[in-house]
Design a protein around this ligand. Structure first.
Ligand code: HEC
Length: 145
């Protein structure tokens, strides 16, 4: 391998090692996501993300356990193809990324200076790393406002 090739491989490894602890969305994006959430998600998942009826909570311990260590592309595809449950496929990819940024912010995952990308290939390189207390025990369900 040439030096350039080795450098490229190393760069890819670094890119793939990103997790949600690395500031992978911006506050502005999460704010846009809050609007998407209010319009398209809150009716079922509750304004404070605590869930209601069949719709599970989206910022609690169970949610963190379900998505921990998974690539963000999985959550993106899950939302993009199945949510909102009463009108799946109606959100633009950018709106899905924005609402994901909002979910991350409510799970107490810190914002950064680059936006979450809105395509699955790019999101595949970022792993969901839930903030962990004792067995995820410290993740609160937070109020919207
Ligand atoms: C009409 C009601 C309804 C709306 C609106 C809705 N959802 Fe859901 N959602 C559900 C139900 C019911 C489930 C569980 C059953 C299933 O998976 O389809 C669910 C499951 C989910 C899951 C999987 C949860 C987990 O623990 O893995 C995610 C993520 C999700 N919804 C996100 C969203 C987002 C984001 C929106 C807004 C864009 C949204 N939902 C809008 C009803 C809804």
């Amino acid at each position: 391998m040439t030096r350039t090739a080795i450098a490229a491989v190393l760069l890819m490894a670094v890119a793939q090692a990103r997790t949600t602890r690395d500031g992978v969305y911006t506050e502005a994006q999460a704010k846009r996501g809050a609007d998407v959430y209010e319009k398209a998600c809150a009716s079922c998942h509750a304004p404070d993300l605590s869930g209601s009826g069949q719709a599970p909570a989206l910022a609690d311990v169970d949610f963190a356990k379900e998505w921990d260590a998974q690539p963000l592309s999985d959550l993106f595809e899950r939302i993009r193809t199945t949510m909102p449950a009463d009108a799946p496929g109606t959100l633009k990819p950018a709106e899905v990324a924005d609402v994901m940024a909002f979910l991350l912010s409510k799970a107490q995952i810190p914002a950064g200076s680059t936006e979450l990308p809105s395509d699955a290939a790019a999101l595949k390189t970022i792993t969901y790393a839930a903030p962990k207390g004792d067995d995820f025990g410290t993740i609160p369900v937070v109020r919207l406002r």
